[in-house]
Ligand binder design. Structure first.
Ligand SMILES: [Zn+2]
Length: 468
């Protein structure tokens, strides 16, 4: 290595260390959509970009009411302080019926109580007292009876499993409804008591929900930058036990304050700050086998919805069900758990198909269709994905096997905005397995030999996917 290059790389290395250090500094979350980011701390500076609501950034510095944010590795920008709120520290009550008082002394009025394990946001601290807020209750508690988050071992993540879920101010059916959530939304479970979970979601929502309506899940996070610190404790002062590379994924064991407790190899664990990672939704990948994987197969159309109709009167809905049943048998003999969104010629709405997939915590979702075109010569099969992160890898795994098909040309993996793959959070693809509108192709795709070949190929593709 030449000397100049060496000096440069050392300089870059030092710079990246420095960046990872202040990447753990104060965090804010944006409160409005289309928030102007300016080149300097004032309205007279030009707008360089806009941010949407709910985005998190680290603060580089503050001047008057303006904050300089680190927008990405290379870029910073200024926003008005009134449009952001700081991401606050959480504490938990270490005893039951912890008194919340009007002032930081034990003679002041009792405003209410915290239950054992209940989480609250820290507003300020004064000597031995901490001012907290939870729901409508705000006041001072003795810091001795609060645990930072080291005892938050039970923090879990979940998904709303009801069509509409009331979020209440207190763990009681009589308590006021402070928010409503809908099916499939993600929550962080920060406390629990009896039949109730205390949850947070989307930055703004916090309160109590009936626990039967929350499905708990495990999930993975992905590191955003090289040289990201993994620490021994959930604190910036804790020692660094290792550094992670950009793109590395870890299973989340718990959330403690603004830190994820993650699983490391050899039964070790460590902590990583939440603002240096993103959440990965395809959490069941890389176990190496299709065995015990749950795969949802969605035979397109059904009942009153026949799909497209071929020149010989064959309906798409009949063919998709035939393919789905064959695929189910093949997958089951490979050891997978298989769920069909419809077992026979019935009508199932698109949202209901998505619900079925989400409710059974599927590892993959495959929607089966056959194509049609006014051009009777149109021909070929296509794999459609929606989400580049979770769906595209599944589509790519099918690529080499489907391209082996000799009877029907293969058109590749393409982006497609279809309801069932757009609305599912699990890895999902929609397959168009040939043209019903092309008379020659129709006789091929309706044949038993094609049906057997294409279902075997899909199974091989899924095996590839789960062994990645
Ligand atoms: Zn269709």
């Amino acid at each position: 290595m030449k000397k100049a290059a060496y000096v440069l790389s050392v300089a870059l290395f030092l710079f990246s260390l420095h960046v990872s250090e202040w990447a753990e500094a104060k965090m804010i979350v944006t409160k409005i959509d289309r928030l102007n980011v300016r080149e300097g701390p004032g309205l007279s500076y030009p707008v360089k970009k806009q941010l949407s609501k709910g985005q998190r950034y680290t603060v580089v510095q503050e001047t008057n009411d303006w904050l300089q944010l680190k927008l990405n590795e290379r870029e910073t920008g200024w926003v008005a302080g009134q449009y952001v709120s700081s991401v606050k520290e959480q504490v938990k009550a270490a005893v039951d019926r912890l008194r919340v008082r009007s002032a930081p002394n034990s003679q002041s009025k009792i405003l209410g109580y915290l239950k054992l394990g209940q989480t609250a946001t820290v507003i300020e601290t004064k000597e031995e007292w901490t001012k907290i807020q939870t729901g409508s209750l705000a006041g001072w508690v003795s810091s001795h009876y609060l645990t930072e988050s080291a005892s938050a071992e039970n923090t879990q993540f979940g998904t709303v499993a009801a069509d509409t879920l009331n979020v209440r101010a207190e763990p009681s059916q009589q308590a006021a409804v402070v928010a409503k959530m809908t099916f499939g939304q993600q929550v962080t479970i920060i406390g629990e008591t009896g039949d109730w979970y205390q949850i947070q979601a989307n930055g703004n929502i916090s309160g109590w929900v009936y626990r039967a309506y929350i499905m708990t899940t495990s999930f993975y996070i992905q590191v955003l930058d090289d040289d990201t610190n993994i620490r021994t404790k959930p604190s910036l002062s804790a020692s660094v036990q290792m550094r992670a590379k950009k793109g590395q994924q870890y299973r989340v064991i718990a959330k403690e304050g603004n830190w994820y407790k993650i699983e490391l190899s050899g039964q070790q664990s460590g902590y990583i700050a939440e603002w240096v990672v993103s959440i990965v939704h395809n959490n069941n990948r890389s176990n190496g086998s299709i065995k015990n994987k749950t795969i949802v197969i969605d035979p397109g159309h059904g009942g009153k919805d026949s799909g497209t109709i071929g020149s010989n009167g064959l309906m798409e809905k009949t063919l998709t069900l035939k393919t789905a049943r064959l695929l189910k048998n093949e997958l089951q003999s490979a050891g997978a758990n298989v769920v069909l969104t419809r077992e026979n010629d019935t009508y199932v709405s698109l949202p209901d198909r998505v619900k079925i997939a989400e409710q059974c915590h599927a590892d993959a979702f495959i929607s089966i269709h056959y194509d049609s075109s006014p051009n009777g010569l149109a021909s070929g099969m296509t794999v459609y994905y929606y989400d580049a992160q979770s769906d595209y890898p599944l589509g790519l795994s099918l690529d080499p096997v489907l391209s082996e098909t000799e009877t029907v040309p293969y058109r590749g993996v393409r982006f497609g905005d279809f309801h069932v793959i757009r609305e599912t959070t699990i890895p999902s693809v929609l397959l168009e397995l040939g043209y019903v509108s092309n008379p020659t192709e129709l006789s091929t795709i309706a044949s038993d030999s094609y049906q057997q070949q294409v279902t075997k190929e899909i199974v091989d593709g899924l095996k590839r996917y789960f062994s990645n």
